[in-house]
Design a protein around this ligand. Structure first.
Ligand SMILES: Cc1cc2nc3c(=O)[nH]c(=O)nc-3n(C[C@H](O)[C@H](O)[C@H](O)COP(=O)(O)OP(=O)(O)OC[C@H]3O[C@@H](n4cnc5c(N)ncnc54)[C@H](O)[C@@H]3O)c2cc1C
Length: 479
């Protein structure tokens, strides 16, 4: 058993204040919590989604004395955190890395009794490349005939080309400024910025093999600079030893029956100032307020009868998310035979391969393929048998010593996942300031939270966005 998790932020509303603030008088004829609570059929706040943002919002509300109800489509908490607890490495289909700056994640993990171990030791040293049909150690890249680049670009590893051009002369004063209107003149595509800084067409091709985007044409360079500044400020990176999903489990356990799994939201409306939410099974819920943390592609499938402004409507209907497909493989130690590093960067269908290490022994037990963008979408079109054949044939080609020594386990496509639609919001060039402002504005009784609204990165951003939305909601209702 863990101790109750302290809530973050500055919310210090007492139970009675929260009841008043949330307009329960309108719902229950002036009734409050305590003895009268039993007379009230509904929750105070509907929270849509039990990812880290939704769980954090619900906890914050509960800490302020309100009664949240979390509606979650899946049969598990955590959303884009997704640990395979049954595997000896507790493999992650979703988020892994926790920056030292992730203060809320560290605090929550501490209270849950979950250890965050530095990733330094478990990170592979060295890199093997497979480019233009040749497999080689990264050190041999500058001189290799497989290297299609010329001049100074030849010295740069393909996975470092973006950083080579973009990591210096960053015009953002601070990472947090990336979505301010003052940055509009720098809001161009990664491709445009790379070209302006002298990148060759061949380097652009390599950038698009396994970049953290669908395509460098479609992602704002402001998003790239924001991540670069955030990473440069990190003193270290860790991972939850029990699996990232263990944190979501812990937070959800605290909320108990306030989280309802298998609840697929199909419509959200506002009626007489109340939020009304309908599920696929026809069940309906009403509450004075609602916090929606659904990723934008998932929200696109929901019927919305809300006072949304034109920009927000456009963002919901058009926003693209980075397509990511992750596949897991077991392997016998073929790398001892060829002597090459386990971690790989390739222009093959498996793109990037990361070693999976046993949680107790630290031994490499297999690989995780991490495929982005068009490559992910192409794999998603394949049925299991075809995917397995392609993956194993690819292994044999890029590491001949692996033939017959790799076994396919499982894959997860975030792009094809109906409750995600991708790994993270891919902000298009020219829209960042407008779109980011739009996704953060409340619409009637609905407040928005989640990775796409967050100021902080990844997991930390999700938690803080949920807590901030809860706080904003309480304060707005009180004023
Ligand atoms: C492959 C991958 C790797 C990542 N790596 C890292 C990393 O190393 N470090 C890091 O900090 N971050 C990483 N991230 C990002 C991080 O996982 C996310 O930013 C964070 O988990 C998002 O949390 P969220 O609550 O905003 O969204 P989600 O976790 O997506 O939660 C939204 C919830 O809404 C639910 N939902 C959707 N539609 C409906 C519906 N119709 N009805 C009811 N419920 C619905 C979903 O099931 C989900 O549980 C990674 C993400 C991915 C996918």
């Amino acid at each position: 058993m863990h101790k109750p998790i302290p809530s973050g932020g500055e919310v210090d509303l007492k139970r009675r204040q929260a009841v008043k603030a949330l307009g329960l008088s309108a719902l229950g004829g002036g009734l409050g919590f305590g003895a009268s609570r039993a007379a009230l059929p509904g929750p105070d706040v509907l929270v849509l989604g039990a990812g880290l943002a939704g769980l954090a919002a619900a906890r914050q509300l509960a800490a302020a004395g309100a009664l949240p109800l979390v509606l979650e489509a899946r049969e598990r908490p955590g959303g884009r955190t997704f640990t395979r607890f049954d595997l000896p490495d507790r493999a992650e289909f979703g988020a892994v890395e926790i920056g030292d700056s992730y203060a809320r994640i560290h605090a929550l993990a501490g209270v849950c009794g979950l250890e965050i171990a530095p990733m330094k030791g478990s990170r592979p040293t060295g890199l093997t490349l497979h480019v233009n049909g040749q497999t080689l150690a990264a050190d041999d890249w500058p001189e290799s005939p497989a290297n299609p680049l010329a001049g100074t670009e030849r010295q740069v590893l393909p996975n470092r080309l973006e950083a080579h051009y973009l990591a210096s002369d960053i015009p953002l004063p601070r990472a947090a400024d990336w979505d301010l209107p003052t940055m509009r003149s720098d809001d161009r595509s990664i491709t445009a910025e790379l070209r302006a800084r002298g990148a060759s067409e061949e380097s652009l091709r390599l950038v698009n093999v396994a970049g953290n985007h669908n395509h460098s044409d479609a992602m704002s360079v402001l998003r790239w600079w924001r991540s670069a500044l955030l990473f440069s400020q990190e003193t270290g990176v860790g991972r939850l030893v029990a699996g990232t999903g263990a944190l979501a489990r812990c937070m959800a356990a605290e909320l108990g029956s306030a989280v309802r799994y298998g609840s697929v939201v199909t419509a959200i409306s506002s009626e007489n100032g109340f939020a009304k939410v309908r599920l696929t099974n026809g069940a309906e819920f009403r509450a004075p307020r609602c916090i929606c943390t659904l990723p934008l592609p998932a929200l696109r499938k929901v019927r919305l009868k809300l006072p949304l402004d034109a920009t927000l409507r456009r963002v919901i209907s058009e926003a693209a998310y980075t397509q990511v497909t992750v596949a897991l493989f077991d392997a016998d130690p073929f790398w001892e035979e060829d002597g090459l590093a386990t971690a790989m960067w390739t222009d093959s269908p498996l793109e990037r391969l990361f070693p999976r290490t046993h949680a107790e022994t630290g031994e490499c037990i297999g690989f995780k393929a991490f495929v982005n963008g068009a490559g992910a979408a192409a794999l998603d079109d394949l049925d299991e048998a075809t995917f397995k054949d392609l993956a194993l044939a690819t292994f044999a080609k890029i590491r001949p010593s692996s033939a017959g020594r790799v076994r396919y386990l499982a894959r997860h496509s975030w792009g094809a996942d109906p409750f995600a639609g991708g790994a993270y919001a891919a902000w298009p060039p020219g829209q960042v300031a407008q779109w980011r402002a739009a996704v953060r504005r409340p619409a009637g009784p609905i407040h928005f939270a989640g990775e796409h609204t967050a100021a902080a990165p990844g997991l930390e951003g999700a938690i803080r966005s949920g807590e901030d939305a809860a706080e904003a909601l309480l304060q707005a209702a009180a004023s």
